[in-house]
Design a protein. Structure first.
Lengths: 216, 113
């Protein structure tokens, strides 16, 4: 009798049993574990940036005169916080379109899911395009990984994040293709939620990186 | 039962719950946008010399963490999900922050590298 009221893991399978007893799927648990360890990687790189910057106070940090940069240029080029601010806004909006995509499929709205998932991937690709443009500009002004510890830590932190955005755009595109095939419903949309978790994490990391690297 | 628990049980979530979440999402995107503009303003005030650098950094970092917490709580659903997921997310960050602070003190007090 009690077995009929409380189905066992053998009756339900591991995924369904986990959902009913813990309130989240093994997939969501695994995604959070991945995010936690990935966050440690970002913190490591950001720590390197902060520690090296602390050891190079004032004008030592971003040399405006001296041997850095190409001939005819004075020091390393300044960053473009306004352009990157626009990029930050793009990423924040992409997080919003991602939650709208999830909201739509939870309501059973397939068209809304496809629209907002596609928009999210497109905004992510736009972010990458602007970052590539920024890198090209900085490199043409003589800012390379080997130019200065500032340049090395800048490219490592923003490049590692850019790799995540690139991976996220691919991930979202795959989910979008599956959505186009009608693979998700209001009751079965776990892959959309997991992709959203990863994408919001990428946005969250950029919020911190942008402030620390570009704003002071 | 919230929308995510409904999804976890394989049933369609409650529309009223979804409407409530949608209202939260709209408020959060507005706050994030305004906070980003405020950060820009503070950055210009720092570069103009009207605000001490250390105070400016503290304010900017506080706003950044406030924004990050909003994303985690509302967009990543930590506010609605099981508490264990929030603990998984917070634990390594607390450890890393501790190590970060120690490294910063060492870098400031130690010889230049």
């Amino acid at each position: 009798m009690s077995q009929a009221l409380s189905p066992t893991i053998d009756d339900l399978g591991q995924t369904e049993h986990s959902k009913r007893t813990l309130g989240f799927s093994p997939g969501k648990f695994a995604m959070w574990l991945f995010i936690a360890q990935d966050a440690m990687g970002f913190v490591g790189l950001l720590s390197a940036y902060i520690v090296i910057r602390s050891a190079h106070p004032g004008s030592e940090w971003i040399p405006t005169v001296g041997e850095y940069g190409w001939e005819g240029h004075q020091g390393l080029p300044p960053l473009a916080p306004v352009l990157t601010g626009i990029n930050t806004f793009i990423l924040i909006v992409s997080s919003f379109t991602m939650v709208l995509a999830l909201d739509r499929i939870q309501r059973g709205n397939q068209a809304g899911l496809k629209l907002y998932l596609g928009l999210t991937a497109l905004l992510g690709a736009t972010f990458l395009g602007i970052q590539v443009y920024e890198y090209q500009h900085l490199m043409s002004e003589g800012m390379h990984m080997s130019a200065h510890p500032y340049a090395a830590t800048f490219f490592l932190c923003t490049g590692f994040h850019g790799a995540h955005v690139f991976g996220g755009v691919i991930y979202l595109t795959i989910i979008w293709i599956r959505a186009m095939r009608g693979n998700f419903t209001a009751a079965n949309h776990s892959p959309v939620e997991l992709a959203g978790l990863f994408w919001h994490f990428v946005d969250l990391v950029w919020i911190i990186l942008f402030t620390i690297i570009y704003l002071f | 039962m919230n929308a995510h628990e409904h999804a976890a049980e394989g049933s369609a979530p409650d529309v009223h719950e979804l409407d409530h979440h949608l209202g939260d999402y709209k408020r959060i995107i507005t706050i994030l946008s305004v906070a980003t503009l405020v950060e820009f303003g503070i950055s210009y005030v720092i570069s103009g010399g009207s605000l001490p650098l250390f105070a400016g950094i503290l304010i900017l970092v506080a706003i950044a963490f406030f924004k990050a917490i909003l994303v985690a709580k509302f967009f990543m659903h930590l506010r609605y999900d099981a508490r264990i997921l929030a603990i998984i997310a917070a634990t390594p960050l607390l450890l890393a922050s501790f190590i970060n602070v120690i490294c910063c003190f060492d870098a400031i007090k130690g010889p230049s590298i």
